[in-house]
Structure formats: C-alpha cells, structure tokens
Design a protein around this ligand. Sequence first.
Ligand code: GTR
Length: 435
Amino acid sequence: MRFSHLSFASILSLSTLAALTFGAFSFDSHIAFGQNANYDESKVPQYVLPDPLIAEDGTKIDTPEDWKNIRRPEILKQFQTEMFGKYPEADLSKIKFEEIFTYDKFLGGKATIKVERVYFNAPESKPKMDLMIVVPNDRKGAVPAFLMPNFQGNHTTNDDVNIPVSVADETIHNKDKSPDEVRGVAKSRWSYERIVNSGYAIATVFYEEIDPDFDDGFKNGVHPLFTNFDVESGDYPATISAWAWGLSRALDCLETLPEIDSKKVVLLGHSRLGKTALWCGANDERFAGVVSNNSGCGGAALSRREFGETVKRINQSFPHWFCANFHKYGDRVNDLPMDEHELIALIAPRPVYVASASEDLWADPKGEFLSALNADPVYRLLGTDGFGGVTEEPDVDVSVGATIRYHRRTGKHDVTDFDWEQYVNFANSIFGAQK
Ligand code: GTR
C-alpha cells in the first residue's frame, strides 16, 4: 500500500498561522523558529512514503516472522546508517551504580526520592549521571515507572529544596545561573502528584550529564567510551544515539531497584528528547511503551512533508544530533530509504503514544499524526489493534487510538498536566490501573 499526503490535505487557518508567529517559542529551544519555513499545507510537496511492509528486495511482508527476521532489521539498519548513526557499544562492565541520596518526605510524605549515581566508566568518577527516582510511599510492591529525561537538572523539576542539584560538567543550559536560581523552573512539566497518586514511580536524569548538547566533535560526554565510534565514518553514533544509550543505562539501573517493576517502564521524552525516546525505544526492546511528546522533525514528524522544521534546517542548527550521512538528505528527503512512520513501527507491537500541540507548527502536528497512522499496518500485522481505526486527525484535546495513541493538545511546545493525564491513562491501559 502506498500513502500520499493528498488524502489528508487540509489548509491551515489564518489564526493558526498567527499563533505560530507569536507563540511557538519555548525556553528550551534556542533558535528563532519559523524563518523561511513552510507552514502552508497547500505547499507541502507531493510524496510517496516507503512502505514498511515491503522489503528492500520488493517482497511483501505478510507474517510477523518476516517482519521480525527480515523487515524490522532492514529498517533499523536504515535509521542507523542514514540518520542517528550506529547504536553505541561500550564496555558495560564499567557501568556502576551508587545510591547517593534518599528522602522519604517528598510531596508531603507521599513519596520517596532516591538518587542513584550512574558511573559510565568506573572506577573513573566521570562521566556520570544522577538518576533521580520518585516512588510512591503507599506502594504494596514493585511499581511501574515512567522514565523521562529533563532539560535543566533534576532540581529544576520541583521546588522542594531537598532535591539534590544535578549539573553537567559542560552544558548549554543555565551556564550562568546558580542552582538555586533555577530550582523548580520546569515544575509545570513534572506532574509528580498526579503520577504518584496514580501509583506510578518516575525517574529522571539531566540529559546533558549523558552528553552535552553542543557540537564539539564528539569529544565530551559518553562519546569517548563508544567502541564503535569512528568520526570519519558517515554512520557514527551521534548525540541522539548517545542520549538514547544513556537512557538504556538508566533502565539498567532501574532493573536493580526492588521498588521498581522494571518490565513495566514507559519511556517518555519531549522535543529533542522525544526524538531520543523513539530512537531508544526502537533499539531497546525492554521498554514496555514509548511516549513522543512534540518530537517533531527527526522524531515523529514525517521528513517528506518538509513542513515547519526540515531535515535541511535541523542539520544546520544541530549538526551533532544526527550522523554525517543524514546531512546529505537536506535537499533530497525523498531519497531517504525510510521515513518517520517506520521509526514508530520499530517500536511495535509495544504501545506508543504520539503527542502534538496545536500551536507547535514547527514540529508539524499533522506530520506527527500521519506517522502514527502509517505505522498502523505494522502494528496490525503483529496482532494488535494498532491505531484503533482512526483515520482522520482528531479534534484538539481528544486522545484517540488504541495500541498507537495520539492527541493534539491546545497550546504550545511543552509538556503539561493535560499531557500527563493522557500518559497515566496510557500506562493504565498497558499495565492496568494501579489504584
Ligand atoms: C528546537 C529544535 C527542535 C526541537 C526543540 C527542542 O530548537 O529545532 O527540533 O527538538 O528544539 O528540543 O526543544
């Protein structure tokens, strides 16, 4: 089956364009949005998406076995070779965990915070990351958990002064601010009360502790530890691959904690970390579910639509996120052997949630929806109910789908309590309600 954007075409309203002009900036986005980008649906080029169920040799894939043995490895290889680079390899015997902090009075005594320091190259003290875990105190046994990396440090996710400061050695965020100035600044993105009251744990880590978010030729962070890294190759593990690998190590750590049911961990990421969550979930099949929050270009949004942020633009702005081979596709996205619906398909049959925001046109909400839709045939082949019969973009603030879910929240590029309400429901649909 071939898909074209034409069947889903719609014209953006003037009010949406106005919202874009004035509303699409967020603090963790450090380039000016929108310049020279296309936001006109009628100017989306015609394209044909690669069919996830046709193998490179033209064979139709029509059994779960052929998906698993033939097509899935092909698509995974395409993403590794042409986009994110190889998935990192390193000596995992060097990874060590050390509990450095516990505090059982979080949220007025409802939850315990634990911080596990993850050394990536023990006995060296660096690089390292501090994984903060929030666990409900009224749990009866091991609880399911969310894992969501943060943009500015663990202490920015809540006002509680007891939360230890986590700071990367090199960072683009809050370089000139003291930890106390930024404590709690991102708290609106962290619905700890809702999560804990619903019976879930949540773990978080400052993403720049894994790999700093700037282009230094891959010398800092965890890159020196990768045994399959060669900067001369076109498919070296770039920075998104490094962050993804770090999140896999966070899951290794969660596996050692008796209070966490580590077979029930949902990986969640926002924006560049939404791209990371999808890529990590595609490679690391231990994650029970994946949530892409406003991941946009290089995440859930179809590259071939060239709406909002494009492959060309993202490679210019963030050359370190993707491997060198991806940079070749700026002016020829139709030559990509894959598109982003297939990144979602790599997560199948595990549940996946794609979330957009109505004013976040830079991330192309429609392109994110179409990825979810076009991953459906793979989910169905694997015996799930896929997108649950959804074919049209839903109204704003309505969560739709089944094993693949989607919503377009009213508002900007962000993570809000509305989003969290949907993610807790999503986790309940996978694991059963915890309360
Ligand atoms: C923007 C970038 C997006 C998105 C965002 C973010 O600057 O263009 O791809 O990742 O940053 O991470 O907040």
